[in-house]
Design a protein around this ligand. Structure first.
Ligand SMILES: [Zn+2]
Length: 113
């Protein structure tokens, strides 16, 4: 018999060489906690992408494809860290909307149909 420390509850227990948990309940609890952390990260990322898309949609509904000052994007706290992708020419995609950068200080939004 080998002595172990349970990966979940940190209790000392004896068992086969490769055992990690003091009992099956601890194994389940540990794995559930692990996937909860993973899912939380996934869900937060998805909500941030949805929030960004909503912001771009709101700007588009108000201004259409007009050329606008970039300060508008800063005011809305659009997070360029959570995007859907980039177009071939480096424009940023948020769902069905593309933010185009005609000039350094300006942008416009195009809707992909
Ligand atoms: Zn345990």
């Amino acid at each position: 018999m080998h002595k172990h420390i349970c990966k979940n509850c940190k209790a000392l227990f004896e068992g086969r060489k490769n055992r990690l948990y003091c009992n099956p309940k601890c194994k389940t609890a540990f794995n559930n906690a692990k996937s909860e952390v993973k899912n939380r990260y996934y869900n937060e990322t998805v909500s941030e992408i949805k929030r960004n898309r909503k912001i771009v949609e709101m700007i588009y509904l108000i201004f259409g494809s007009a050329i606008l000052p970039k300060s508008i994007l800063h005011d809305t706290e659009l997070n360029f860290g959570c995007i859907t992708g980039y177009t071939e020419n480096g424009n940023t995609v948020f769902g069905e909307y593309v933010i185009q950068h005609p000039r350094q200080s300006q942008f416009s939004i195009k809707k992909i149909t």
